[in-house]
Ligand binder design. Structure first.
Ligand code: FMN
Length: 167
């Protein structure tokens, strides 16, 4: 599919139970965390998926050495328990994929894996990252989403190398 096909389905998942952000680190360890914040569009003349990850997440540490990531969107109403588990438990304490029985597939290139059984899969090559600064955020966003003094999310920009829709 084109990267922007099924945009509504992506947004419905982000507004609902979430999607999986799957990251493989330099040692080949793979973790999945649930995300509700992501953006799809065009930057630097490329189709880009950006995801936002708090510094406290295990995924944040893994992204330090990751060359790619994937965003995997279940069909509406599916994998809800798995999304809840991957959105509340950390890869520091659990092998979440094993506990959830989620199966990995090899992506188009080395360094990217995705989850079997999802409706939409966006395979992304890391294209840049930028930490949000407290100064750049509105007082409303700061008050609603961050503790006093907490470092906000980092934005990771992924160039979409393959977007797939599985029936
Ligand atoms: C529906 C939902 C959406 C979430 N969205 C995000 C997000 O966009 N960014 C983020 O940093 N954490 C988000 N979280 C929280 C992480 O998924 C959660 O802290 C997870 O346990 C982190 O896993 P990790 O430590 O293995 O990386 C979300 C959780 C849920 C349940």
């Amino acid at each position: 599919m084109r990267y922007d096909d099924n945009f509504k389905e992506l947004c419905a998942a982000l507004e609902g139970a979430g999607a999986f952000l799957v990251v493989e680190d330099a040692k080949g360890r793979v973790n999945a965390m649930t995300i509700g914040w992501a953006q799809l569009g065009v930057i630097w003349g490329e189709p880009i998926m950006s995801v936002l990850v708090r510094p406290s997440r295990h995924t944040f540490d893994m992204l330090k050495t990751a060359t790619h990531f994937s965003v995997c969107v279940p069909r509406s109403g599916e994998l809800k328990k798995e999304l809840a588990f991957c959105g509340t438990k950390s890869g520091r304490e659990y092998d979440k994929l094993r506990v959830c029985g989620l199966k990995l597939k090899d992506g188009a290139v080395k360094g990217v894996k995705y989850l079997d059984g999802c409706a939409l899969v966006y395979q992304c090559a890391m294209y840049g990252a930028s930490g949000l600064s407290r100064e750049a955020l509105s007082p409303q966003a700061l008050a609603k989403y961050y503790q006093p003094g907490e470092v906000p999310h980092t934005l990771y920009f992924g160039k979409i190398i393959k977007a797939e829709h599985f029936k």
